[in-house]
Design a protein around this ligand. Structure first.
Ligand code: DGJ
Length: 739
């Protein structure tokens, strides 16, 4: 059993082989937090970890004799004796926001319950996890707060969430409901966030925690390009391979807040959940509000250890469906090949060339529907444009399948152009605040997905196409943030719910589509990586990582993304040069060498390449097919950061450790440079490995300790026919030879 309850000391110890998490019912019946970290021995009483001595002069107390300001808590409230930012806030009819949730009961059970209408990690057998459910009550309000904790057996991770139930007679408004709150005893941590903008998502930004509040958030209606609902705390001495690291990841795609508050006694309070800004949820008598899930991962083996836990968990117990465990098809997407300038004949020609080179899936991007000749019209009209596609999606998909490929389709189901039949028929279906101007982004408005009839209508339109045609893949785009967020279908005192109701509507549409079309592979997208989060991975096992397809920029974007998300979830394509975002010229080999580490594909018209380039493409596709199992499902290690070095490196090792691939990327060339070695990770120390291109073999321990001697032509190791330039890169393939 990995949840132990000590009756006498009133303590819960959640543990597995790697981690311990200890909660105590305090003398005032609220919950205190005692420990989160490496597994420690169990004991009857950890009470000594509860430090709650009063402080001179400033302590304010109740009759239980201590101040909550000085206690590390589990799910704190504001307004009595704690002055820090709370995990919850409930606005009551009389205007009060005070609550006092105290322990009532608990349940410990094997397995993990589902969260209604929300994405969450899951188990496939009760033996995979144990769950602790603690029920707290506010007697005055007759409200219950249910805290759920699941500890996974074999993964150093705990999933958490909170549920509010109003059993009282009066309605209340929940104005703050975090998924996770954790008080840590000191502040000796570096905070790492993954921030950026369109086309430069998830850049690694680190700084030391200090007294005060550090936070990242989104109020854009989607998790956003700007910040990610995932943060890391690491000990200053920890690095990629050693030291204590904690990752905090929210399984949610809407507005979020991730925050660390360090008080003046250096206690750190970490919080993660729905952004309380612009949020308020009315709970009528008998109603329930469930927060999204948050996952806390602990590693004593540095940042890579934390990432590997999240990779395994998200790859196998968050992603679902038939595609979860399947290698992903090599695809070609026509967006950068044609933009809006295509017809059926042109598409079929592009697909034919792709097929010749080994591409398995042809994806038709934006522009196939309604009167969509540019981004100013047609969104919402989910039927084929007959001028461009006289045989419809049905006819085109059949032609593509006849070529021996699968067919995929782009959609942007949450949006509408004012210039569309849908908007002309239902102008009230867009989110808009009465009497206010409606802002447009990319000439489009956001549909009111808080309304079931809107979601139903969109479902019916798209389900018709999917039923009639041979569609094996959907790229689900979302190209603007939400403004003037107001739904005409809800009363004034429920408008604070619309951002959350919107994302619940998105989840419900996804759920319906994946249930009714279970064979379709979904790739989520929001102008590239504007909604790359754990919530989406529950519905779409891969996500278009960024609209920036430049190989050099992609090294950073994929490196940053890998902290919280598995390699297989990152859509990564080879595109044409000069690159369409940066106008940079990079070698085709390097474009492939970067894109291999993801769900691989092409974003160009192969007919426009030279015969030599086509040969390279054929080799790349054959290479990916040979090694995608290892790349997409192996153990990934970041070796050297592009945020800190001119040379970046990463590697994957197969589960049986017999195969490994190392990606080595030099950004700018240097001349007559030092000899360079890469100390590899994760190999079998006793196994002999052959490294492709070297006529020698090496023990795993040599490669991990002495290092792999790189063959950088600028370092004097002149290799016949190989010239090192800017943006040069190399993939080293290691294979175990007979022992
Ligand atoms: C934004 C996406 O990220 C692109 O890949 C492409 O699908 C365009 N939208 C199409 O409008």
């Amino acid at each position: 059993m990995s949840v132990i309850f000590h009756q006498a000391s009133r303590e819960f110890h959640l543990c597995n082989d790697g981690i311990s998490y200890i909660i105590k019912i305090l003398p005032n019946d609220q919950l205190g937090q005692l420990y989160f970290g490496k597994r420690i021995h169990d004991r009857e009483d950890f009470g000594y970890l509860l430090e709650f001595a009063n402080r001179p002069m400033t302590s304010v107390q109740q009759d239980y004799g201590f101040s909550m300001e000085h206690v590390r808590q589990e799910y704190p409230a504001y307004g009595t004796t704690d002055f820090r930012v709370p995990a919850l806030e409930v606005l009551q009819e009389d205007g009060s926001r005070l609550t006092n949730f105290t322990y009532e009961s608990h349940r410990i059970f094997a397995g993990k319950p589902k969260l209604k209408d929300l994405p969450a990690t899951y188990v496939e057998g009760e033996e995979e996890a144990d769950t602790l459910e603690i029920t707290l009550t506010d007697k005055l309000l007759d409200m219950k707060l249910i805290l759920l904790y699941t500890v996974f057996n074999g993964e150093n991770a705990i999933a958490r969430s909170a549920r509010f139930e109003n059993h009282g007679k009066k309605a209340v408004h929940v104005t703050r409901a975090m998924s996770l709150s954790l008080d840590l005893p000191d502040c000796d941590y570096d905070w790492i966030q993954f921030s950026g903008a369109w086309s430069r998502e998830r850049q690694v930004k680190a700084r030391r925690l200090e007294q005060g509040i550090l936070a990242v958030s989104s109020a854009r209606g989607h998790s956003s390009h700007n910040h990610n609902p995932f943060i890391v705390l690491k000990r200053p001495e920890a690095d990629e391979f050693q030291g204590e690291v904690m990752g905090f990841s929210l399984v949610y795609s809407g507005n979020f807040l991730a925050q660390a508050e360090v008080d003046t006694y250096n206690v750190t309070r970490v919080m993660l959940g729905i952004n309380p800004f612009a949020f308020s949820w009315k709970l009528e008598s008998g109603e329930t509000f469930q927060t999204p899930e948050a996952v806390m991962a602990y590693s004593g083996e540095g940042l890579n250890g934390m990432s590997q836990t999240l990779h395994r968990l998200y790859r196998s117990r968050l992603a679902r469906g038939v595609w979860r465990d399947r290698v992903r098809p090599v695809l070609l997407n026509n967006w950068e090949a044609t933009y809006f300038d295509f017809n059926e004949e042109k598409l079929v020609d592009i697909a034919k060339a792709a097929r010749e080179d080994g591409v398995e899936l042809f994806v038709l991007d934006d522009g196939w529907f309604g009167a969509r000749s540019s981004d100013s019209s047609g969104l919402g009209d989910w039927y084929a444009n007959e001028e461009r596609l006289p045989n419809g999606i049905k006819g085109l998909s059949e032609k593509i399948e006849a070529l021996g490929m699968k067919f995929g389709l782009w959609v942007e189901l949450e949006m509408v152009n004012p210039d569309s039949d849908l908007y002309r028929q239902h102008p009230d279906w867009a989110l808009q605040t009465p009497g206010r101007t409606c802002s447009q982004g990319r000439n489009q408005l956001v549909l009111d997905f808080a309304r079931k009839e809107v979601v139903d209508h969109i479902y019916n339109m798209i389900a018709k196409i999917l039923s009639e045609s041979k569609v094996s893949y959907i790229k689900w785009d979302m190209n603007r943030s939400i403004t003037e967020c107001y739904s005409k279908a809800f009363p004034a005192d429920r408008q604070g719910e619309i951002f959350h109701r919107y994302i619940l509507g998105v989840y419900s549409l996804y759920e319906r589509l994946i249930q009714n079309f279970p064979e379709i592979l979904f790739e989520s997208c929001a102008s590239g990586g504007g909604r790359f989060d754990a919530g989406m991975l529950y519905y779409a096992p891969q996500c278009w990582t960024s609209d920036d397809s430049d190989a050099v920029e992609r090294i950073k974007i994929q490196y940053g993304t890998s902290f919280g998300y598995p390699v297989v979830s990152m859509g990564a394509h080879v595109s044409a040069t000069p690159n369409h975002q940066l106008y940079r010229l990079t070698p085709l080999e390097t474009r492939g060498n970067v894109a291999y580490f993801g769900a691989f594909g092409y974003e160009l018209d192969l007919q426009k390449l030279s015969e030599d380039e086509r040969k390279t493409v054929r080799k790349q596709i054959a290479f990916m097919k040979e090694y995608r199992e290892v790349i997409q499902f192996g153990t990934f290690y970041r070796l050297q950061s592009p945020f800190e070095h001119n040379i970046a490196a990463w590697m994957v090792v197969s589960e049986d450790k017999k195969t490994a691939l190392v990606g080595y990327y030099k950004i700018l060339n240097d001349v007559n440079c030092e000899f360079r070695r890469l100390r590899l990770k994760g190999l079998d120390p006793d196994a002999k490995y052959e490294v492709e291109g070297k006529d020698n073999w090496f023990y795993g321990d040599e490669l991990m300790n002495g290092g792999l001697v790189t063959t950088d032509p600028s370092a004097g190791q002149v290799i016949a026919g190989e010239v090192c330039t800017d943006f040069w890169s190399k993939i080293y393939v290691l294979k175990e030879k007979d022992r």
